[in-house]
Design a protein around this ligand. Structure first.
Ligand SMILES: Cc1cc2nc3c(=O)[nH]c(=O)nc-3n(C[C@H](O)[C@H](O)[C@H](O)COP(=O)(O)OP(=O)(O)OC[C@H]3O[C@@H](n4cnc5c(N)ncnc54)[C@H](O)[C@@H]3O)c2cc1C
Length: 289
């Protein structure tokens, strides 16, 4: 099926792109189009105007800034992130995640910003970005706001972004401990995924803090608070036993949607397995055994 007719704008500035959405929010930003065009062709989404953001300068860069934060422009494709030297050096788990998203055609044009803004629950980047404590920079008619990745996805296919707000940048502190990511999938998209980021006190071989997120189970990535609390201040050599002690309680607290990816017990089990694999990797890559 073809999409219903629409106009096509190619602004070169953020201001013009925001203006293009219109007062009533009729226009939609168009980045790689890998989600949007499919939905328009199926007539699930209708818009009068597409605003192509490819020509806007500055949305396609990756750097380590002076505050030791990593910045990723929202227009960066999965392929670019996968091969970027800054990401490969400081967050190899993100590089590997992006190298394995979808297929080569989607990775070549699909962007990290489009992935986040679509709000698909069965996605890879939102889980890892939440574990990395990322902030998202949104610019709209009313100015700029910075929101934690944890708060960005509200529900299935729904984010807190207003129609005129352009996601411009994803920013997170350069990790100072192991960052790991594991997923399990039956089809194209993840059925369950788990991401973990530790900050390490290298001198004492203890975990200063840990962020653990489980994705694709419910409508948005969820923190494993019980596990995070158990890990805080813990010597790395005690991690395995500490997690095993709280695992069942932690998994019981997760919201799980039963769908074609599986039932609740099965998905919780997978989340537990993936968590323990993350832990083994974290210990081996940098946590000290
Ligand atoms: C076959 C296939 C397999 C896939 N497999 C996976 C997978 O394994 N894991 C995974 O995580 N994902 C997967 N995806 C999803 C893929 O990652 C996304 O399609 C892609 O990242 C979306 O980016 P895009 O630039 O194409 O977004 P678009 O389709 O252009 O836009 C998507 C939505 O975001 C909005 N938008 C885009 N950019 C911005 C912005 N900067 N600011 C505000 N709004 C914006 C658009 O208006 C639209 O609503 C798959 C997709 C396909 C088609």
């Amino acid at each position: 099926m073809l999409p219903s007719p629409f106009e096509f704008d190619r602004p070169s500035t953020i201001e013009d792109a925001i203006r293009g959405v219109g007062e009533s929010g009729d226009g939609m930003f168009y980045s790689g189009g890998t989600e949007l065009l499919l939905a328009m062709k199926m007539r699930v989404i209708h818009t009068d105007r597409l605003i192509d953001i490819k020509g806007i300068f500055g949305l396609n860069r990756i750097c380590l800034n002076e505050a030791n934060d990593i910045e990723i422009g929202a227009r960066c494709t999965h392929a670019k992130i996968a091969s970027d030297p800054v990401i490969r050096e400081h967050v190899p788990a993100l590089s590997s995640l992006c190298a394995n998203v979808a297929n080569i055609r989607v990775r070549s044009v699909g962007t990290i910003g489009g992935n986040l803004c679509f709000g698909e629950p069965h996605a890879d980047p939102p889980t890892l970005l939440a574990a990395l404590n990322a902030r998202l920079v949104l610019i709209g008619r009313d100015g700029t706001r910075v929101v934690p990745a944890d708060d960005f996805i509200r529900s299935e296919l729904e984010t807190i972004r207003e129609p005129d707000e352009l996601l411009t940048l994803i920013v997170f502190p350069c990790p100072n401990g192991p960052v790991t990511y594991r997923r399990f999938k039956h089809g194209e998209r993840p059925s369950v995924n788990v991401a973990m980021a530790w900050s390490i006190d290298a001198g004492k071989a203890t975990i200063k803090g840990a962020r653990v997120r489980v994705g694709a189970l419910g409508s948005r990535p969820q923190p494993l608070k019980v596990v995070e609390d158990a890990l805080r201040g813990l010597p790395v050599r005690e991690v395995r036993s500490a997690i095993e002690a709280v695992l069942t309680t932690a998994l019981d607290e997760l919201e799980v949607n039963e769908d074609r990816h599986g039932g609740a017990d099965y998905k919780r089990h997978l989340a537990g397995v993936l968590l323990l694999r993350n832990v083994e990797e974290a210990i081996s890559v940098g946590g000290g055994a």
